[in-house]
Each structure stands twice: as structure tokens, then as C-alpha cells.
Design a protein around this ligand. Sequence first.
Ligand code: G6P
Length: 527
Amino acid sequence: MEKNNISYIDLDQAKAFKALETLSPLSLEKLLTTSAIAEKTAASGAGLSYNYAAMPVGEKQLELLEQLTEEMQLIGKFRLLAAGGVMNTGEKRKVLHHLCRSELVGKVLDEKGQDIGAFYREQQRRFSDFAGKVHAGEITGSTGKAFTTVLQIGIGGSDLGPRALYLALEGAVEAKMKGLFISNVDPDDAAAVLSGIDPERTLFILVSKSGTTQETLTNRDLVLSWLESKEIPGLKPGKQMVAVTSATSPLAGSDTLLDSFYIDDFIGGRYSSTSAVGGVILSLAFGPEVFDRLLKGAAETDAIALNAPFRENAPLLDAAIGLYLRNILHYPVTAVLPYSQALSRFPAHLQQLDMESNGKRVNRDGKPLGYSTGPVVFGEPGTNGQHSFYQLLHQGTDIIPLQFVGFKKSQRGEDRNDEAGINSQRKLNANLAAQIIAFAKGKEDVNPNKSFPGGRPSSLLVGDRLSPEVLGALLAHFENKVMFQGFLWNINSFDQEGVQLGKILTKKLLSGETEDQELMAFDTLLR
Ligand SMILES: O=P(O)(O)OC[C@H]1O[C@H](O)[C@H](O)[C@@H](O)[C@@H]1O
């Protein structure tokens, strides 16, 4: 037992988990009733609700899952994390992305006694003030023209979350600036984006927490050279750019740039969308007040995740049921299917959030695990996915649990009734409801090729409309679900050693230091 009365045991040592393993699986068809649909629901933030009536868990499973969350002390671990506990055991760091939204359990001080939350709020005040001055024309491009476009240069957590949130907000609120993104080191990415912008009116945001990421530094240099190449009188490339980085990075304190905004090492890349990493572009593109609304929604979900009892705690329930699917029913894959085109890049963000957090094979102390951990995550918006991979989901040989997301209203409210008086939003959600039932119940047919096995589980997160608050809640729902599952697997969800080897081999190859014959042979194929 460590201090704070928190103990860390592997999942397969938990009594409740062993008891879960003894239960026989339940028939989804028997569990799925209209009363279950009415009752098996829990709240997340900003009015989001999580329905798990089409998941294969009955009363006994839910009781044992609740016991498991208590035995593994999930809430105590969350409280410890939010209070500044060193929960990133691989890098010996605190994990403080929640602090960007609220002081969930009060102030958090660093080793020098500084208030870390105050630092985050000061940075938010700075970039909010900066955005206001850009919108007012008080801050312009180096040739005196107003900025109309904001272009983020970053990759991984410095791109996926911010890009997903930008696209999700485009239809929710009036944009003040056009947002664009360059991430891949593939020169065609930058060339395609740069071909469509006005260099004098584009503000570049260079985002790299470490300040050392090869793709981002390469694209920074490419953009600065591109600006130089335009030979526009008076244009100073560095003064068309701001940086977002950690105070310890080589990019910190650059005086060649227009300004810099900071995060610290306690904000992990895939958890950084509610820090300056997402906040600068979202405040410039939509206004600081919109970013504030997003933070408010996320804070509501954080509070539910920390304080609500199990059956009323959507992130905790979602995490526990996901554990059951992964470690009792042994499903290695899950799909997140948002029935909202605005969330087109949200599954891509969740791939990094979930798979980079929980794609681990040793526990938080480095001991190899004897059970499965993070699932493969994929997804596309509905209804498009129905015309792509739903064949496998319905009639394939493997069961893939599904996580649907839906909204009662469209964002823009621009719709049309057809001759039967049915509008597009109604058709979108009728498809969603129909898919849940088709997956769960299936359909028998004398022709095996036309029969649907059913028994394919799904959950549904539903909100009224995808507003900034609901988007913040959705983001925090999955961040907290991933965190809780990491606690259940007793792993460190907050470092990412698995991405280092590829980088090392690339660096050796490019510097001519490698002696790996096979690596050089493949490199030759590509030159
Ligand atoms: O923000 P940066 O330091 O440039 O890192 C960008 C990304 O690259 C790393 O390889 C990690 O896998 C990600 O977690 C991180 O978000």
C-alpha cells in the first residue's frame, strides 16, 4: 500500500475480476429490452448521456464491474492524479491536463511551490488577449495586413486533437478566421496547404511540446523558406509565426517569432487539446469565449467522472464495460462511429488518445502483463461507414464492439423535408437507431449468406447538439475513459516509449550512421 492508501495490483490479481471470469456470458437479445434502453443510461457532461442497453452486461456483471472499480481504487487514483500525483511512472511526471479546465481537487503546486493551474490560466489569458488583438487588427502580419487565416504546424498530439476540434466547431459557431493544418513531413502535405493561402494574411502556429519533432521542425523550415521565396517587400517570415511549446523546449523564448505560448511537461501530447496546444488555434479561429465554452463542457465531465456514483458515471461505466469486452469477452478491436460529419477526424484523435495511452505490455512498474490491454481503435462518421466496412461488422467472423455517438439536432440547422416530410437529420438518426438494433438482434434467413448473427454489442453517447460545451464533454469523456482503463490494466497510460525506436532508426539512416543492412536495403527500394 503506497501513501494516500492507494495500492496498485494487476487486473488478474483482483478478486472482482476473477469473479467476473466465472460468469457465463449473456445473450444480448435477452438483455436488450425497452426498459433496459430507458434505464441503462448515465450522464457525462453538458447533457451528454451514455446508453449501454445494447451492451452484454447484466446486473451481476455490473455489480462485479462496480466492485472491480472500487477494488482497483479508480476514483482514488483519479483524485491522486488530479491532485498532482506522479502517475506518469515512466517519465516520473505529474499528469495535469484536467487542470487546464478546472481545479478539480484544488490547487496543484510544483516542486518550487508555484501554482501550476495559475500558470495554465495565465497562458490562456495571454493567448486569449493575443487572439482579441488579432481579431481587432491591432496585431497584423509583418506587411501590415490583417491576419485572416491561422495555420497550425504540428503532428501527433500537436495536430490530431486540435484539428478534430477545429473541424467539429466549424459548423457550431461563427468562425473569425480560417484554420488550416500541416502535419506530415511528406512535402505534398505542406505544398497542398500552402498553395491556397495568402502569405501576408496567414498566421502560422508552430506547435511542438518537445520542440524536437523532426516532422514539425522540417515543416517549420519549409514554411519559413517558402515565405522568403515569395520576396514580398517588408515580409518578415518569423513575424508571421507564433510558437506553442513547453518551457523546457529548444523553441522556448525565441525572439525571432511574433510570440510564444507555453505548456509544461505535465500535459501529455494526446491530452493537450484543452491546453495552449488546442487553445491558441481555437481561440484565433472561433474566439476565446468559444474555447472557454469547450473547457466548461470538459470540466463538467471531469467532475462527473470524479464524483458521480458508478451507475451515474458515464466515463467510469464506459471504461468498465470496455474492460469487460476486452478482458472477459476477449474482443481486440473497437470502433467509434460518430453520426456527425463534423466529427470526421475525432476517431483519428481517439486512435492516438487510446492506443498511444494503453497500447502497453508491461505494468506501471515494468513487469510483463499476463492479460490484454488497449484495443485497436478505428472509426468513421456514419452514415458513410455503413457504405464502407459495416459488412464486416455485421457478417464478419469477428465481433467488434461499437461506440456510437449521435446528436438530436444538426449543428447548422440547414435541412430540408422530403416529399414524405422527413428531413436529413431524421434520416441520419433513423439509420443510427436501425444499426444498433441490426447489430444486436441480427436476422435469420434460410440463405446463410443473407443471415445476420446479431449479438454484436454497441453503446450510444447522445447529446442534443454538437456545441462547444458538448464537444468539450465528449473529449473529456474519452480522456477519462482511457485513464480509468489504464488504471484497471495497472499500466502507465501517460508515456509513449513505443514511438521511439522508429525515430532512432530514422535518425541513424539519415545521418549515415546505421550499419543495419536490411534497413539500408529497404531504404534503397525507396530511393
Ligand atoms: O508536440 P511534440 O513534442 O512535437 O510531439 C508530437 C507527438 O510526437 C511524439 O512522437 C508522440 O508520439 C506524441 O505523443 C506527440 O504528440
